[in-house]
Ligand binder design. Structure first.
Ligand code: HT7
Ligand code: ZN
Length: 877
């Protein structure tokens, strides 16, 4: 296998001045005629061969300046083509044949449910034609598409449609021109018979942009939320960042078979149906927010990704970290900043910390890869967004905006690096980011340990910080990071006191406002005028992606849970409180004896539930016990059976001791009138779901009846799906009948059925594994469809810890078998599934052995894709 290194970057020796592509679409024999106008760069070696990427292409002809090449003049190599002795300026024409119908990888051009569709990021364009398929080769594209008219009335590509017409034999054609230079990964083509929703947006300079959403026939009524979201995103980017859309049309096409969420192709976004279609009866409140977020994300890429793109794929976080940050801010502005921050941090804690601590750990700017698709990770995306957020913390909103302005002024139309981004931030603000750059080069989660010391005579409180970062593959020793730690000090009445830092020695941490700048392995900071018994609130707003250790007493945590003015840290205090109880219960199990925990935890929970000043969504988050994957990341090794038992015990105890409270809050928040989608209704639904979740753990008929009634009377999918989940995951006798009825009711709504599959797969009961085995043959399941695979197999491995980690190893065997069926069909999705074994070292020796064994089984599969090979082999290293 070939490993690609960031340090090997060399500029491409040729400019591709323009590209003309002519597609004659046919399922098994699409013909692609390509004409490239090429010029050798002034500083390039004049002997430089012309190297083009190409995969699964049948070359039919090749010519330079209209002269057909004979076989001695070019060489077909593995995954490409080399032409030797090319002139300084020339036109290269190639004709290739491809087979979209048999392309199950969903990369390149493929046929899905009777419609043609492309996916070119990162390296899919090479499955369409021979081309330098790298992001730093930018060109203008003109595209002609020809197909049978009745089956494919819509023929779409990037930019503006400049020509179209009929041709003989029932065919028609369209020609598209994109005036903006772009890399091949932003090319797109769609052809099919869609329903179309149109609207328009007037930009800040008064230009009218036509907005078009193309969906499967019959789904038009589910597109209105996506259209409104697009308009909101366009307006928001103008208002917040001064960024305006640049083409006359913005098109979105929704497809059912898609490897990821969506793709930001210039002027022609392609979306997974999951992130376009939404109506109250089929989509949950979370789905509505996700649609808005992904629509925003892809729209924001038009500037952060398309106008300024990446020089090479190691720089992926340049566009993804920045665009995730932008979509997070967008959603926060549309919803609730505190709630959104908690939700984003939950992803970091449960998934990114796990990646940082596992075999695939990499910096946000990786140094090497075997398969690029494996590096579309929570580290590159979400930790990347945290790094961008830290610029805003360090430079302030205005400073961050100034940095972005410089970035766009300097680099519009270019393919650049993360270093270019840092420099723009530095230069715009005169701020030294030398040490901050380590966030790009060092992998792993920094750990910050804090202790406090109060000097009653001087009325001074000193906080002492240490930072460290564990070794990650290939990086034994780490240098200290520049970590902005936002702090507050809370007095006994629960009020924040004014921070008055005193500088004692040179080695003290610098404090600016409420930010302590950690730069060395050990630093301290002293505050003046501090009354007795003040409690520090550290890492407010999760101001840096680190693990914080501070030895709070149970009483202090409960106090923070009730009083912290920083909503993130208030939530955090509750999470720490619950985690502490759970780990304590684990220890009790090791020792034997009855399980117990302090009653003050129950009253803290009740107080939060009863706090009328709090919003229901926040309450719901604060009352949710940390999930198993988050808990796993808080320990080095753990008995998973004890962990799950402890978590269930805590939940059930809280349910029992506060039964009437959960019931009361359920009843007072339950809304029985018409469906509303405002913030208050969303909050109430969230809180009801949480209350019902507690009640259901009691396994009482009264709770079952409540859930059944909610399911029967629900006028929206939020209420229906949570009720279904709670019933299916309970011991209710008739649960399978309830599940079957739900299936019958919704069988024609694919996205609802995907929820049903996930609910079936995450049932913690012992029968689940047999059930999901037989669901593979169920009419609702289709191995070639990534949404189905993620809903059934992905949900089982990531959200059913009890069954996936069964002591008998059947969960692991099940996963390996599915990978075996899938890796040749869809390497990308198979590799993602394989990642479920990444944390095998966390478990007991029997489970370790069983997971290792399945990784060996995977590695022995014939003609294993490099995607899966990279994940499995690194896991075993
Ligand atoms: N930039 C895109 C990343 C992507 C992708 C999307 C769909 C299918 C396969 C893909 N491979 C890479 C999505 C985004 O971040 O917006
Ligand atoms: Zn993106």
């Amino acid at each position: 296998v070939q490993v690609h290194y960031r340090s090997d970057y060399k500029p491409y020796p040729y400019d591709i001045k323009d590209v003309y592509l002519a597609f004659d679409l046919a399922p098994n024999a699409t013909i692609v005629d390509t004409t490239l106008t090429i010029q050798r760069k002034a500083d390039a070696d004049n002997q430089a061969p012309l190297c083009l990427d190409g995969v699964d292409l049948e070359l039919l002809s090749i010519a330079i300046d209209d002269k057909e090449l004979d076989q001695s003049e070019y060489r077909l190599i593995e995954d490409g083509l080399e032409v030797l002795n090319v002139p300084e300026r020339f036109t290269l024409t190639t004709k290739v044949k491809i087979s979209p119908d048999t392309n199950t990888s969903l990369e390149g051009l493929y046929l899905s449910s009777g419609k043609y569709c492309t996916q070119c990021e990162a390296q899919g364009f090479r499955k369409i034609t021979f081309y330098p398929d790298r992001p730093d080769v930018m060109s203008t594209f003109k595209v002609r598409i020809e197909a049978v008219a009745d089956k494919f009335p819509h023929l779409l590509s990037n930019g503006n449609r400049i020509e179209h017409g009929e041709i003989e034999g029932g065919k028609h054609y369209a020609v598209w021109e994109d005036p903006f230079k772009k890399p091949s990964y932003l090319f797109a083509l769609c052809a099919g018979d869609y329903d179309l929703l149109t609207s328009s947006f007037t930009t800040m300079t008064g230009r009218e942009v036509r907005l078009e959403i193309y969906v499967d026939k019959g789904k038009l009524d589910q597109c209105h939320h996506a259209m409104e979201s697009l308009k909101k995103a366009m307006k928001w980017d103008e208002e917040v960042f001064g960024l305006e859309y640049d083409l006359d049309t913005y098109m979105i096409v929704a497809v059912g078979d898609f490897n990821m969420g969506a793709m930001e192709n210039k002027g022609l976004n392609i979306f997974n149906t999951k992130y376009v279609l939404a109506s109250p009866d089929t989509a949950t409140d979370t789905d509505f927010i996700d649609v808005e977020a992904v629509i925003g994300h892809e729209y924001f890429h038009n500037w952060t990704g398309n106008r300024v793109t990446c020089r090479d794929w190691f720089q992926l976080s340049l566009k993804e970290g920045l665009t995730v940050f932008r979509d997070q801010e967008f959603t926060a502005d549309q919803t609730d900043h505190g709630v959104k921050r908690i939700e984003d941090v939950k992803v970091i804690r449960s998934h990114q910390f796990a990646e940082d601590a596992g075999p695939m750990a990499h910096p946000i700017r990786p140094d090497s890869y075997i398969e690029m698709n494996n590096f579309y990770t929570v580290t590159v995306y979400n930790k990347g967004a945290e790094v961008i957020r830290m610029y805003q913390t360090l430079l302030g909103r205005d400073g961050f905006k100034r940095g972005l302005d410089v970035y766009f002024e300097r680099h519009d139309g270019q393919a650049v690096t993360c270093e270019d981004f840092v420099r723009a931030m530095e230069d715009a603000n005169g701020y030294d980011l030398q040490q901050f750059r380590r966030w790009y080069s060092q992998a792993g989660t920094p750990e910050v340990t804090v202790s406090s010391n109060y000097d009653a005579d001087k009325r001074q409180l000193t906080l002492s910080f240490t930072q460290s970062c564990r070794p990650t593959p290939g990086q034994e020793d780490k240098e200290p990071f520049h970590i902005p730690v936002k702090v507050g000090l809370i007095d006994t009445l629960g009020k924040d006191i004014e921070l008055k830092p005193v500088s004692l020695t040179d080695s003290d941490a610098r404090v600016e406002g409420d930010i302590v700048h950690l730069k060395s392995a050990q630093q301290s900071v002293t505050f003046d005028d501090v009354p007795r018994n003040v409690i520090p609130s550290i890492l407010r707003g999760f101001s840096a992606p680190v693990k914080l250790h501070y030895d709070y007493s149970l009483k202090e945590l409960i106090f923070l849970f009730a009083n912290d003015s920083d909503s993130f840290n208030r939530w955090q205090a509750g999470q720490e409180l619950f985690s502490r109880v759970i780990f304590d219960l684990c220890e009790q199990q090791e020792k034997g004896g009855t399980l117990r925990f302090d009653d003050s935890v129950v009253s803290a929970t009740k107080n939060l539930l009863d706090d009328n000043s709090l919003d229901g969504q926040f309450k719901s988050l604060a009352l949710t016990i940390p999930g198993v994957s988050t808990l796993l990341e808080q320990t080095n090794s753990i008995n998973i059976d004890h962990l799950i038992t402890a978590r269930d015990f805590l939940k059930k105890q809280l349910a029992e001791k506060l039964e009437l409270d959960w019931l009361l809050h359920y009843q007072t928040n339950r809304h029985l009138g018409d469906y509303e989608q405002d913030k208050e209704s969303v909050s109430k639904r969230a809180l009801c779901g949480t209350c019902l979740g507690y009640l259901m753990t009691l396994e009482k008929d009264s709770a079952y009846q409540l859930a059944l009634k909610q399911l029967e009377t629900a006028n929206n999918m939020t209420d229906a799906s949570i009720a279904l989940q709670l019933i299916v995951h309970s011991n209710y006798e008739q649960k399978l009948k309830v599940a079957e009825d739900f299936y019958q009711k919704w069988q024609s709504e694919e996205l609802v059925i995907n929820k049903w599959l996930s609910i079936m797969a995450t049932d913690p009961s012992d029968e689940t594994i047999d059930r999901i085995e037989s669901l593979l043959d169920h009419p609702s399941f289709e191995l070639k469809n990534p949404n189905k695979v993620r809903s059934l197999i992905g949900a089982f491995t990531s959200a059913n810890p009890r069954q996936f980690h069964r002591a008998d190893g059947r969960g692991y065997e099940y996963l390996a078998r599915q990978i075996k069926s899938l890796y040749a069909i869809n390497p990308q999705v198979s590799a993602r599934l394989t990642g479920a074994f990444n944390r095998w070292r966390k478990f007991d020796s029997e489970r370790q052995q069983k997971m290792r064994q399945q990784l060996e089984v995977i590695l022995s599969m014939p003609e294993l894709s490099k995607d899966v090979f990279e994940i499995a082999s690194k896991a075993l290293k």
